[in-house]
Write a protein that binds this ligand. Structure first.
Ligand SMILES: C[S@@+](CC[C@H](N)C(=O)[O-])C[C@H]1O[C@@H](n2cnc3c(N)ncnc32)[C@H](O)[C@@H]1O
Length: 269
């Protein structure tokens, strides 16, 4: 099943409704920032400095601004007009308008782009909202130079913290929501985000015709997921230890298939 226009608009409205406060605890708390840095470091390791990047689902533009400060040129795209507007305002406030180009384009509309990029990244699950992941793969292949890189953080299927947390609360359906096949309605701010969950292997299958799999790793497997930031705030020392376990062990076989998100790196053949 793919998403129809109404469902795409549901997701757009959901993110529009939170754009104004997305830089606060909802969209950018300590646990999110920690995962963000892992994506930043990974992008830095795999694309040349100063190169051209495409951000899919840029949100309020935190990553785009960071990469622009590091000397990249970034085309920052999102399906939520309010998010794009926040990215534009951020770039303007930071004096980065010559390096960040915010555009209102969904991942299902990448046919509208005709540039060439050295790298494409997407952080915190925009690709979980893509109605057709194979079409995203084909567009990414067209937009990337040969040898160009994809770095995506994607919401995974197996998050032990989530299963334990919701099972203890007796919310068993919520505990296993990530096992769902096809598009799943996930509530946010009294709106609906239509979400697909993937294991890293399921995700890679959509890209395999054009891309080789370089690596993947778990994000926030030992560390609690971002919505449990209160656990982190009550036990910061213990949680930092768990974070170090993520850093050390998150790329190991088996463990890398779990976590709140996974970070996957693909190379254009
Ligand atoms: C969890 S937020 C992450 C935002 C940003 N990448 C970050 O790191 O803060 C998910 C983003 O995906 C965007 N999104 C949802 N569906 C999309 C689609 N079909 N195409 C492009 N972006 C989409 C949302 O508007 C939202 O900005």
């Amino acid at each position: 099943m793919t998403l129809d226009e109404t469902q795409l608009l549901d997701t757009q409205r959901a993110f529009d409704s939170v754009a104004a406060d997305y830089d606060g605890p909802r969209g950018n708390n300590e646990l999110i920032q920690r995962m963000r840095v892992t994506l930043w470091d990974t992008v830095r390791a795999v694309v040349p400095s100063g190169s051209r990047l495409l951000d899919l689902g840029c949100g309020t533009g935190i990553d785009a601004a960071e990469f622009a400060r590091r000397g990249h040129h970034v085309v920052a795209t999102d399906w939520s007009p309010q998010m794009v507007e926040r990215t534009r305002a951020r770039a303007e406030a930071a004096g980065l308008t010559s390096q960040v180009l915010p555009i209102h384009v969904g991942v299902h509309q990448l046919g509208q782009l005709h540039d060439r990029f050295d790298g494409i990244y997407s952080n915190f699950g925009p690709l979980n909202c893509a109605p057709d992941l194979r079409a995203v793969a084909a567009d990414s292949a067209r937009l990337l130079r040969p040898g160009g890189m994809l770095v995506f953080s994607v919401i995974g299927r197996i998050c032990p913290w989530e299963v334990g947390y919701y099972a203890l609360k007796g919310r068993f359906k919520r505990a296993v929501v990530r096992a769902a096949r096809g598009a799943t309605a996930v509530g946010m701010n009294r709106h609906t985000i239509w979400t697909y969950y993937y294991s890293p292997r399921e995700f890679y299958r959509a890209f395999a015709d054009y891309f080789s799999l370089e690596s993947y790793r778990a994000l926030s497997l030992f560390m609690p997921p971002p919505y449990l930031v209160d656990v982190y705030r009550r036990h910061p020392v213990a949680c930092e230890r768990l974070g170090r376990l993520d850093d050390r062990l998150g790329g190991l076989p088996l463990l890398r298939n779990m976590g709140d998100h996974f970070l996957i790196v693909l190379r254009r053949r």
